[in-house]
Design a protein around this ligand. Structure first.
Ligand code: NJP
Length: 236
């Protein structure tokens, strides 16, 4: 049974993934900042999971969480780098603090988790799964900085794969819009109004969880390096 750490497990795709993987008998580390939400999820999932309250932008806290996880479970087999956020806005009207936050969480947070867990992952010949996006491949209006952060994840995934081809499996999961609280971070009221229904009509988070499970269960000798999953509708 694999030991799997999921960042951003308190909500949306991360919580759906934790539910699915726990139902398959994996041991799960639930990492995010919202302790109450994580505790509620842990109660639902039973004793095969642990709560790790952590802000991925804080390297010392990430290190401590990974240490806690490996001490308790003996190994780390899969890191799901799912914590992330996006603020919809134009570049011209955008807020610098929001740009910094997206870079801090979506890029530096992912790098913090990879750096702190790489020795354990190499030991277990483990698997890194990074939550990219269609925005890793395409630039959409009103989300330039978010798209830049998700483009960076492709470079990070590809670099890991190139450097450690026989020691690490690396997968990028790139969804289109998913119906989660993700869009609610947007502070620009007219953008929120513009995109709310669009995200509500997106993929179900459970569909992304299924793809993460599929990548984890892929047979040895082959690696699913990327999965792109889009809602089957016309893009506006
Ligand atoms: O969003 P949401 P999703 N430290 O808001 C956590 C990507 N994606 O599930 O800390 C630690 O429900 C936050 O936890 P908390 C997206 O870019 C989405 O949709 O307690 N954790 C929560 O658990 C992201 O990478 C769509 O507030 C931090 C989680 O992140 C991933 O999917 C489309 C944190 C966010 O849950 C999951 O997003 C797409 C921090 N500093 C890609 N900051 C989409 N929804 O349409 C946030 O292509 N979190």
């Amino acid at each position: 049974m694999k030991n799997i750490l999921i960042t951003g497990a308190s909500s949306g795709i991360g919580a759906a993934t934790a539910r699915l993987l726990a139902s398959k008998g994996f041991r799960i580390g639930l990492l995010a900042r919202s302790t109450n939400k994580l505790n509620a999820l842990a109660e639902e999932l039973g004793d095969r999971c642990m709560v790790l309250t952590c802000d991925v932008t804080q390297y010392a806290s990430v290190q401590q969480s990974i240490q806690q996880f490996t001490s308790a479970y003996g190994a780390l087999d899969v890191l799901v780098n799912n914590a992330g956020l996006g603020y919809f806005d134009t570049l011209v009207g955008g807020k610098i603090e929001e740009w910094h936050t997206m870079v801090d969480v979506n890029i530096k947070g992912v790098l913090n988790c990879i750096h702190a867990s790489l020795p354990a992952l190499v030991d277990s010949r483990g698997h890194v799964i990074n939550l990219g996006s269609l925005a890793s491949h395409q630039v959409f209006p009103n989300s330039g900085v978010y798209c830049a952060t998700k483009h960076a994840l492709i470079a990070i995934s590809d670099s890991l794969r190139l450097e450690l081809p026989d020691k690490l499996r690396v997968t990028t999961i790139s969804p289109g819009s998913v119906d989660t609280p993700f869009i609610m971070s947007t502070s620009n009221a007219s953008m929120l109004e513009q995109y709310k229904d669009y995200f509500a009509a997106g993929l179900r988070p459970e569909m992304i969880a299924n793809q993460i499970l599929h990548a984890i269960e892929a047979s040895e000798g082959g690696v699913i390096s990327e999965i792109i999953i889009r809602p089957n509708r016309v893009m506006k």
